[in-house]
Every structure is written in structure tokens, then in C-alpha cells.
Design a protein around this ligand. Sequence first.
Ligand code: F6R
Length: 609
Amino acid sequence: MCGIVGYVGKRDSADVLVDALKKLEYRGYDSAGIAVFEDNKIKVAKSKGKLKDLIQKMDTEGKPQGTAGIGHTRWATHGEPSDINSHPHSGAKVTLVHNGIIENYKELKDFLVKQGRDFLSDTDTEVVAQLLDYYYAKIKEPISAIIETTQELRGSFALGIVFEDYPNTVYAVRRESPLIVGIGQGENFIASDVPAIIKYTKDYYLLEHDEIAVLSPNGVEVFDSHSQPIEKELKTADWDVDAVGKCGYPHYMIKEINEQPTAIRNTVTPRIKDGMPCLEECNITPEMLRGIRNIFIVACGTAMHSGMVGKYVIEELARTAVTVDIASEFRYRNPIIGEGDLIIIVSQSGETADSLAAMRLAKEKGAKTLAIVNAMGSTIAREADMLIYTHAGPEISVASTKAYMVQLSVMYLFAFELAYAKGQIDEDKLKYYTSKLLETSERVADVIAQTTELSQKISTKLVTADSLLYIGRGLDYALSMEGSLKLKEISYIHSESYAAGELKHGTISLITPEMPVIAVATQSALFEKTVSNIKEVKARGAKVIMICQEGCDISPDIANYVLRVPAFEEILLPMLVCVPLQLIAYYTSVQRGNDVDQPRNLAKSVTVE
Ligand code: F6R
């Protein structure tokens, strides 16, 4: 979704703004722009397309010169991607950039039109710029004008604002949409996310709802919605510039696949005490666990798929019913939840609008909420009753890999502890599972080493396919969902995941020699049954790629390719098997010449419904 940056200091601000926006490219966007104070006047440069298009435009038409300004990458919502609709937008004295959606923009626009104001674009953002300009013309004081304006806005916003009468000062305010204020030496920043500014400073404030920040080179002041100054707690990012660079890898996605062993270690190790999971510092106690009636795992996309694996594992080990819900469905289906129920919200960004709304609904209905989140200080993390941070570090590629992996690892930690608290497994079994979970980090490293070459080869066979099927049973089916999503989002090849036993109830009619089938068969108890399903598709001409454990006896006529992962504790195999699924998707996308890290139409952090 949209990215916001702002800078005040001594450097060439256009350069800093573009550089910071590059670090937010992962969020997905279709146009970009900046506004800079040049000789005390606000000069705007903006363009449809990527940042390179903006840079090209500034090369030919002139780059705004100055040491303070705001910048934006836009992911179109109101109005097509175009130069005019790109941010910044301006009134007579005010220019701003915006992330979020203003729900009542139409009525505000009607009001402003009646006041004689003209609009150039189709955006809700220009309405905010004109409204702020309207109040500023009346009040002639920035903070009060911002407060008057934001009181009228419904929806979500993070705004970076400059007033022509206040050169070299940047204002910021937010509600729902994220925004941080970076604190440097003689320079200060605003940004949608830490990666944008990590090169310049690791210190930042998290702006809360309706707080207003005023940035000058010499300092930052923050005010509440009654214009009262407030003290903010300084946060420090615990990762460095390398975490947001490609470090020699051709794409972030393959870098992040390779970071998975470390991510698992960082996530699991601190939660183990005396060989057993200990989630007490996340407010998860054995008493609380024993009181849980039903569990709902609610999330979107890949995060929801980690919940599918979680469901199988929790139900199997803890014998507690789990429903997995797509957040955008859950929030509108009047779910039957209440006291005694636990709602687990899974989110890499911690800002996904539907997941956040689902969590708030669950709280309203009296259920307890547990968030599994990667982004520190994000809204979901801050509002949940209980919180388990995953420590994947920043995930830049739009296609989630390492965040999914650590979401799985937390699902296991939680399932083991719940099963023990509910008396479904004894201490020995708990310690055994925990030791195996700790081992996954090394095993995942082995799988990356062992399956990269074959995954690459397999992808050459998929590159021309129009459509693919992923099949599996039980945990393998849960995993197939993620394999299929990963492939389609970055390769643009249609694919579906299907419960292998369900094929013959309709979908098998799609099978032709042109439709490759990826069959995941890692679970011994279901192996023979899945093999029968594989034979059914093979008999109808499908080319089959089979993923199974080392040592499995597979006759040559069953599969065209067999990809083996090390034999391991079966319940944990999803953490190993997701690796070749990620690699197959990655190499297929590379071979199709796609933009692997920023697939078309997608955004990393989905802050709109
Ligand atoms: C796919 C992907 C998305 C996200 C989904 C939820 O690779 O990344 O499906 O998983 O948009 O995002 P978060 O986890 O930030 O809530």
C-alpha cells in the first residue's frame, strides 16, 4: 500500500526522500511524488509509474532543491494511476501526502465545492488537502487547522504535511494507518515503516492515533488532539541496514528464503525454558490455556495458511476445536464467539485492515485475542490481549516466506504448550517435540541446500503451464494451499490447491497432460491414500511432481519428478516442505521474467478493506 516519507535536515531532501521511498517499494505502488521547500516555496514533482519514472522526470524537468520535504508512493484506490492523481496534493498554502482511505470524502468534497474550491484529481487525498487549506485559511495556525480537519475525517489516514508559511517544517498526523517519526542528529524523518529511515537512524517514535508531530532539523515536538505537548517513548530498531538490503542476492525473496533458519532460531529459542515452551512473557499462562473452549485462527492470505497448519497441529495434539477463518469473511459473518473463546490473529505486518477489524470484533464480543505478529509496535500487536512476536526481521519481498515459516514455528510452540496444559501430552513428549522444533532450524538449512537445484529444474517444466494443481491430505493439504498461493502470486500462473481425496468429486475433469500436478505426500498415515490419488491423475495424463520424505519407496511410474526432504518428525514436516514449494514458485517467476519482489497489483501491507 502507499508509502510516506518526510525529511528535515541539511541534506538534499529530494535525494533522501527518493532513497527512503525506494526502501518502501516493497509495499507496492503505481505512482510516486515529492514536495520540497525550494526558496521557501513548495515545489512538487510527481509521476505515474515507478520511482525511476519520477527520477527521469526530475532529470528532464528539474529536481526540487531544498533540505525539507515529503514524499509518497501511491497504490491507487480513488482514481486510476496517473500523474494528476499521484500525491502530493495541494491547496493554496498546504501540500500533503496520504496513506489510507477517507470514507466520507464525497460529502466533504461537496461541502468544499460549495465553498468555491476546485479539484484537479479524483482522489480522496485532495479533499483532505483542500479541507486543511480551508481551515488553515480561517485559523492561520497549523496544529489547530490539522485538529479541525482530522475531526471531520472518517476512515484511515497517515498524513505528511507541509505549509508554505512554515518553511523547513514537516507536520504529521495519523489515525489507523501506520506512521513513525525518525529521530536523527540535526535531521528528522517521518516514514510509514522503519526500513525507509534505517540508513539514517535507528531511533524513532511510534505516533499514536490523532497525535500530531512537528519536525524541524533541531527537534521533534508531539501534540495530542487538544494541542497539548506530550512526551514520547524513544524506540530503537534492533536490526541494521543489511536487514533491508539484498546482500548480494538477486531478489529479496530468495534472500528471505535463505534467512529462514535464523528466523526460526530467533523466534523459537527465547521461548524455551528447561526444554519446554514458555510463553508466560506473552501473557500466556497454563491456567489461561486450560480455560480455552474453542479457538479461531483469523488472518489473510499466507498468514491464514499458517493457521491451516496450526489447526491440524492443535487439534491433533491438544484435542481442542479450531476454526480457521479468512479475516474479511469472519468480520461480516456475525461469528458465534464469546467468553472462553480464543481468537488468534496472525499477521506479518500487523496492519492488515481486515485482520485488525476481526480482532476488534472478537474483543467486542468478549473473546480473548492473541496476536502472532512480525512488525514491532504495529496496531494489531498493540491492541491484542496477548502477543507473540515472530522474529523474522523485516520482510521486504511481497511474497511472504520467512514470516510464514516463523508463524508456523509459533503455531507449534503454542500447540505443544496447549496440549501439555490440557493434559493431552506428558512432560517427556512435550520436551521431545520441543527439541525437534529447535532442530528444525538446521533441517530447514539442509532442505534449502538439498532442494534448490531440483526445484530450479522443476520450475523449467512449469514455466509454460497455464494452470497447475497442488494436492495433498491433512497437513500436506494445508501446505499445498500455501504452495499454490506462492506460485500464482509471483509467476502469474493459475493454480489451485485441492484436498487429494476430493478430486474425484469434480475437479479431476480438469486433468489433462497440460496440467501439471504437484502432490505433497509426507504423512505416513495418509501416504497410500495420496498415492492412489496420484495414480488417478497420472492415469489421465498429468505430469506429476511428488514431494515426500527421504526413504519413501516410490515406483517410477507414479511421478515424473520426486523431490525428497529429510525424514523428520512428521508433524513438523510442513516447516521443511514449504521450502521447495517456495523455491519452485521463486524460480518459475524468475524464468518468466517477472518482478519477483513486487508482483503486479499486489501490496505488502494491505491497510484497506
Ligand atoms: C502472500 C502474502 C499475503 C499476506 C496477507 C496478510 O505472500 O504475503 O497473502 O500474507 O496479505 O498480510 P499480513 O500477514 O501482513 O497480515
